[in-house]
Design a protein. Structure first.
Length: 391
């Protein structure tokens, strides 16, 4: 079962990466076309949601960021729990290498960003932006550039990216907190406790879990905390045990049901609303400003430096073995692909700078760093696959 779910995940993520790329390209074209006013009017249009005592007005982008993306993080939480209990993260020997690689891939980009933004004119607040890896883009690039490379590389990349997501969620929880409303926090905690109790009811209707998640989300939105964090916590309350023998577990049912919607609808919609940058009035020299330069170099240089450096160190110390059949060149190519931050980096950047020039600079840095990382990683992996054919 673990093997089947992992393969299905890889297949879905690879296809979703291509759709994400198309959505991001459409956003850039729309933002710099004669229809730019319509595009930004759609992205910035205010919408009000009122249900009983709940009354909130946000822009389209903010509804996607704080609303639909909560479903994405709920699925991320489900995947993390599954991998820890049943999948790749359940094996300590397999877990050590990608976990340390993910840690290195978070520290090095943050250090590069802070080094560039430490002086006058810098904005250190966005330091978490380049620490994330976009699973969909990275896996899609690997599938295109190296379809015949050892499958252990795909599992290594997937496990590393999941650990990376977990670290990014922890950073979001620690760093991005507005004025906290404790009454709403209490409501969210009570809702999470009810979901945990619901998980002990073997025959609980799935609709009750959905209602619990909506309550957690609504209280969190009002509390000032990030909805992404509580969505991950809510996922931990979903039981993994099957209702009937020889059937998928409850958690697996939720993963299978929600993942296609996240991969093919929610993430492309987020990419379309978040990736549009108007280049009108922007001088080419803006790329050298501390924010875009720090983000771009954090992704393109920091990610491979941290991931490959940590990988080489723990393997060189003989603490773990290299993934079966993988070469050093292929591991370096994988580390380059980890610089494709895109969705998660755009999300974190939007938390750091919700609007204004700094927001545009963050997006520009994410796009440049991610595209450069994808291009370099795919080139290295394609060359490595060609070398395998010759030997």
């Amino acid at each position: 079962m673990a093997r089947r779910i992992t393969l299905d995940f890889l297949k879905t993520e690879s296809a979703a990466g291509l759709i994400l790329a198309a959505a991001a390209a459409a956003a850039m074209i729309a933002a710099n076309s004669p229809w730019a006013r319509l595009y930004f009017g759609f992205v910035e249009a205010p919408f009000t949601l009122q249900v009983g005592a709940f009354d909130e007005t946000l822009s389209t982008l903010d509804w996607v960021k704080h609303g639909l993306m909560a479903v994405f993080f709920f699925v991320v939480g489900l995947e993390i729990k599954y991998e820890v209990l049943r999948g790749e993260l359940a094996n300590p020997r397999r877990l050590t290498l990608p976990l340390l690689a993910a840690l290195g891939g978070m520290v090095a980009p943050a250090a590069i960003y802070l080094a560039i933004n430490a002086g006058a004119g810098g904005e250190p607040a966005a330091w978490p932006t380049p620490i994330a890896t976009d699973i969909a883009f990275a896996l899609a690039a690997l599938a295109i550039a190296g379809p015949r490379l050892p499958p252990t590389l795909r599992v290594f990349l997937l496990t590393l990216a999941i650990a990376d997501d977990l670290g990014a969620v922890a950073v979001i929880a620690a760093v991005f907190r507005e004025g906290i409303r404790w009454a709403a926090v209490g409501g969210a905690l009570v809702s999470l406790a009810l979901m945990a109790l619901l998980g002990r009811w073997r025959g609980a209707p799935y609709l009750l879990y959905a209602l619990g998640l909506v309550l957690v989300w609504a209280f969190t939105l009002k509390s000032g905390l990030s909805t992404s964090v509580t969505a991950v916590v809510a996922a931990m309350t979903i039981p993994i045990e099957p209702r009937k023998p020889h059937r998928p577990g409850v958690l697996e049912d939720f993963m299978a049901a929600l993942h296609p919607y996240v991969a093919f609808l929610i993430l492309p919609l987020f990419a379309f609303t978040a990736a549009g940058i108007s280049l009108r009035g922007l001088q080419p020299s803006v790329v050298l400003h501390p924010i875009p330069l720090g983000v771009a170099l954090g992704l393109f240089l920091g990610k491979p430096l941290g991931v490959f450096g940590a990988t080489a160190a723990v393997i060189g110390l003989k603490l773990v073995r290299r993934p079966t059949g993988a070469t050093w060149t292929e591991l370096f190519g994988i580390s380059l692909l980890c610089g494709a931050g895109f969705t998660m980096s755009l999300f974190i950047g939007a938390l750091a700078f919700p609007d204004g020039l700094h927001a545009a600079e963050v997006r520009l840095g994410v796009l440049i760093g991610s595209l450069a990382s994808l291009g370099a990683g795919m080139a290295v992996l394609a060359w490595a696959q060609g070398r395998r054919r010759e030997t």
